[in-house]
Design a protein around this ligand. Structure first.
Ligand SMILES: Cc1cc2nc3c(=O)[nH]c(=O)nc-3n(C[C@H](O)[C@H](O)[C@H](O)COP(=O)(O)OP(=O)(O)OC[C@H]3O[C@@H](n4cnc5c(N)ncnc54)[C@H](O)[C@@H]3O)c2cc1C
Ligand code: SF4
Ligand code: SF4
Length: 837
């Protein structure tokens, strides 16, 4: 029996054990694995989830019982302190000695802490282990108690630094990212994409400082600030250093193994070190003169080491290693693949940029236009998996490669269907799972849904970047077999929106955690969090202030983030009717805060250019003049546009203004799957364009004609007639039913037109439900709507009256500091953000 010792029980050390025992070698080999941390290996990639649930077990790669069941001796809280290569033995810090035939070095890395003066001060942390996170959480809790506006900085604007910045935000501290380079994620992004990402991050509340070299950490014993240069400093109460990693090669150096100039154990493509009985894998291994700080290459290395020890000497590491990555922050899409920065002599780049939507897409294509060489996606990385596959598999690209990143006119992606991938396409690179293996698992009956595909193939259990594609493949394969596919909202819930709606309503849940603890798994994501926030609002009339951490960014700040990171403020002007006094107030407030003003197509006045700290001040002024939030940021009723109607118009048949105001006030603030607009016209001349709205009324002889399901925007659609010649009371009754039915049953982000179009039975069915009460739910729908109407509260008023809620905006309130990064230029006697070049 041969003995294998694994030094280091991190993600890769564990993966080596898992891959080894999968080969059924228990009679020939005995494995002992040492970890200096107190617990078995855990998923460091998803470490940030610990901030939310503080459940270390949920992160475990496998429980202790797994090691036992597989005959592996796991020794934790014991550091290997010495290697004697001549006697093939190791010693531990507890002075115990063990012998080996093969030694696997999987000691990983530690965070690199630059030698900055004062970096040892209290309040300075690194971000690598559960213990580090526990330390941060305790310190942040203390700061939150002692100081209302405590700040924490992250040193380093790389992938991990941004993740840490988001964690700081979620800990309730004011987050600052300090980066030495002039751009964010310097290894993955070019300058333009970094600029777009910066704006996006600022929109969710992260403060970004680029080109800042930290000279020293200030403070007497504990950190109070960072000094960059003379008169250039940032006051902070806590610091997380995320400035790169250094391989833990101290043991290797001491026993004379060959290491690189900047550290790391040198290995060849078989993972062997300079000693043929010692292998190095994961973040300790220096392969191709590189330390790969990602889990996928580490897992491949583990596989190679296993196969080499078992005599399959043809299994080696490839020469090129894919460094494609995707950031995992809620609501912030960033990904890069292949060669993100390609030299001009290798090919050319195609760039699509739309800063108003924080969008930047770049693909690099070979000179002959036939091959995709790499790319960068910021703002929308939904095509990442497919583009990554095209790159990895050298697949054919369209004649006009721009189609790969430009929105297609017919809504279909230019790269076709996920089923077009070749069977050998590696979908999950962490676990080396191909498309063929995923389809085969389903076709053979071994798996019948996403969860079982993941558990039997392990696809998506590493960094998780491939999860959306695994889901698409699973759905497509099931469909091809004629099996119904469930439209569950994301990997955390095996339920669709309607099922979640029913569960929340029946069980009376009031918080996101209650729902996920009882009916989901994990911590949630950018899909399920805002969705549940919206359901809570629809069912309980909870405003966006209730659980602001699960809201989309506009909802968090109750305003619309605009191009240069400032906000636009839109007060409600029901029906578009406004008194001269209110008009004057709007003008005066706009002047006071130097805001750009614009009357929108939706009969409202938009005030642009407010900074985060100004928002509460502006709201306060608006509220004192009788305004309230116009919910321009929410998936809720925006406006009810009215024409002049019989109040003034000589053609007017009914009072479109009065009724428009009544309807707008009735449905204001009510959250829905998407935004809702209404319109009321006083006669068939249709000056309010009511048929282009989600609900529209046109006055006719004998009452109102009620139209539903109209949309403007990118896919315009005329509303369809639901009922004719009805009175005001009946309009409200039908509208209550219609809107509530839509809110209950539509998919997330589905507008009324698309929902109506996909209703089985179409308009006739809708009429049966709304008018004839075919389902017997009309009274319920009306009651639910009335409850929401009765519970309306203005979110702005709630926010300014609640000191706890005001913390969201408080990092600038009462501060004399101004955001000196904002640059405006004049336009027609007002101002606008400086154009981008
Ligand atoms: C917050 C965070 C987010 C990340 N996100 C991503 C991501 O999205 N995608 C991605 O691909 N990668 C990500 N990574 C990187 C990824 O976690 C690492 O690449 C991976 O964990 C490396 O595994 P490893 O086993 O080589 O090292 P580690 O996981 O560090 O394990 C090494 C273990 O060895 C132990 N050890 C060291 N020396 C000794 C000794 N002498 N005796 C006993 N034990 C010892 C250490 O205590 C440690 O537990 C992230 C990392 C962090 C910290
Ligand atoms: S790298 Fe992954 S889980 Fe890792 S994803 Fe990627 S592809 Fe699978
Ligand atoms: S829709 Fe009719 S009532 Fe309204 S403004 Fe136009 S013409 Fe006048």
């Amino acid at each position: 029996m041969k003995k294998i010792i694994v030094v280091g029980n991190g993600m890769v050390g564990y993966k080596f054990c898992e891959k080894f025992v999968a080969q059924d070698t228990s009679k020939d080999f005995e494995i002992t694995v040492f970890g200096e941390e107190p617990r078995p290996a855990y998923d460091r990639v998803h470490l940030s989830e610990y901030f939310e649930n503080q459940n270390a077990e949920a992160l475990e790669m496998a429980p202790r019982s797994w090691y036992k069941a597989n005959g592996i001796e796991l020794i934790t809280s014991e550091r290997v302190s010495d290697i004697n290569r001549a006697s093939k033995t190791i010693k531990t810090a507890k002075d115990r000695e063990f012998s080996y035939d093969y030694l696997i070095m999987a000691t990983g890395s530690s965070p690199f802490v630059p030698p900055i003066k004062g970096v040892e001060k209290e309040g300075v942390f690194v971000y690598r282990t559960i213990e580090d996170l526990e330390g941060m959480l305790a310190y942040a809790a203390k700061l939150n108690k002692e100081k209302p506006n405590a700040r924490a900085a992250v040193l380093g604007g790389g992938l991990l630094g941004l993740e840490a910045g988001k964690a700081v935000l979620d800990m309730g501290l004011e987050p600052h990212i300090v980066e030495f380079a002039p751009k964010l994620m310097p290894r993955q992004l070019d300058s333009r994409s970094s600029q777009v990402l910066k704006l996006k991050l600022e929109s969710i509340g992260l403060n970004i400082h680029l080109s800042k070299a930290t000279n020293q950490i200030l403070g007497d014993g504990k950190i109070t600030g960072m000094e960059f240069g003379e008169d250039d400093r940032l006051d902070v109460d806590m610091l997380i250093v995320s400035a790169g990693i250094r391989p833990r090669d101290e043991l290797a150096k001491a026993c004379g193994l060959e290491v690189g100039v900047r550290g790391g154990i040198v290995v060849d493509n078989t993972m062997k070190t300079s000693d043929k009985n010692i292998y190095a894998i994961g973040e300790i291994a220096l392969y191709n003169h590189m330390i790969y700080g990602l889990v996928a290459p580490g897992y491949d290395m583990a596989e190679v080491a296993v196969k080499q020890i078992l005599g399959e000497t043809n299994v080696v590491m490839p020469a090129d290693i894919d460094m494609s990555t995707k950031l995992k922050l809620i609501g912030v899409d960033v990904a890069s693949f292949g060669e993100p920065f390609m030299p001009a002599d290798k090919g050319h780049s195609i760039i699509f940029e739309n800063k108003t939507q924080y969008l930047y897409k770049r693909i690099n294509v070979s000179h002959d236009g036939k091959k995709l060489l790499g790319g960068i996606l910021v703002g929308d990385a939904s095509d990442y998996s497919m583009l990554h596959q095209i790159y990895l598999n050298g697949m054919k690209i369209p004649e006009d490669p721009a189609q790969l990143i430009l929105p297609a006119a017919d809504g279909n992606a230019a790269f076709g269907d996920v089923m077009d991938l070749p069977d050998e396409a590696q979908v999950c690179s962490c676990e080396s799972v191909t498309k063929g293996q995923i389809c085969e698992a389903i076709e053979s009956g071994e798996a019948n849904d996403l969860a079982s595909v993941v558990s039997c193939t392990k696809a998506g259990t590493g960094c998780g970047g491939c999860k959306p594609m695994v889901k698409d493949l699973t759905d497509a394969t099931l469909k091809s077999l004629g099996i119904e596919v469930k439209d569950s909202i994301c990997e955390h819930f095996d339920l669709n929106r309607q099922e979640l709606y029913d569960i929340i309503q029946v069980k009376g849940y009031r918080t996101f955690n209650e729902v996920i603890d009882n009916h989901g798994k994990g911590c949630g994501c950018e899909l399920c969090k805002p969705l549940i926030a919206s359901l809570m609002a629809t069912i309980h009339a909870d405003t966006a202030n209730k659980e602001y951490a699960i809201q989309d960014s506009n909802d968090r700040f109750l305003a619309n983030i605009q191009r240069n990171g400032t906000y636009s403020v839109v007060p409600r002007v029901p029906g578009g009717e406004i008194t001269p006094d209110k008009l004057i107030a709007l003008g005066e407030i706009a002047k006071k805060y130097d805001l750009y003003t614009k009357i929108t197509g939706g009969v409202r006045v938009d005030l642009f250019g407010a900074t985060l700290n100004q928002l509460p001040l502006i709201w306060k002024d608006l509220i004192s003049h009788g305004f309230e939030s116009g919910h321009a940021y929410g998936k809720s009723l925006r406006t009810v546009k009215t024409c002049v109607g019989s109040t003034w118009c000589r053609y007017g048949m009914d009072e479109s203004v009065s009724f428009g105001i009544e309807l707008e006030n009735r449905y204001r603030g009510i959250r829905a799957p998407h935004k809702i607009k209404g319109g009321v016209s006083g006669c068939i001349r249709e000056c309010a364009e009511a048929r282009g709205k989600d609900f529209g009324l046109i006055a006719v002889e004998g009452g109102w004609n009620l139209y539903v399901g109209g949309n403007g925007g990118a896919t315009p659609r005329h509303a369809e007639l639901l009922a004719e010649q009805i009175d005001n009371e009946t309009v409200i009754k039908y509208l209550d039913r219609y809107l509530m039915f839509y809110m209950r049953t539509a998919k997330p982000l589905q507008r009324t037109a698309a929902w109506q179009e996909r209703l089985e039975g179409g308009m006739e069915y809708l009429k049966e439900v709304i008018i004839d009460d075919k389902l017997g739910i009309a009274t319920d729908l009306e009651k639910e709507m009335q409850t929401l109407v009765n519970r309306f509260e203005c979110e702005w008023t709630q926010a300014i009256n609640n000191p706890e809620m005001m913390k969201r905006f408080s990092h600038f309130v009462n501060s004399k500091e101004e955001d000196d990064n904002l640059v405006f230029v004049p336009i027609r006697e007002q101002k606008m953000p400086e154009p981008w070049n």
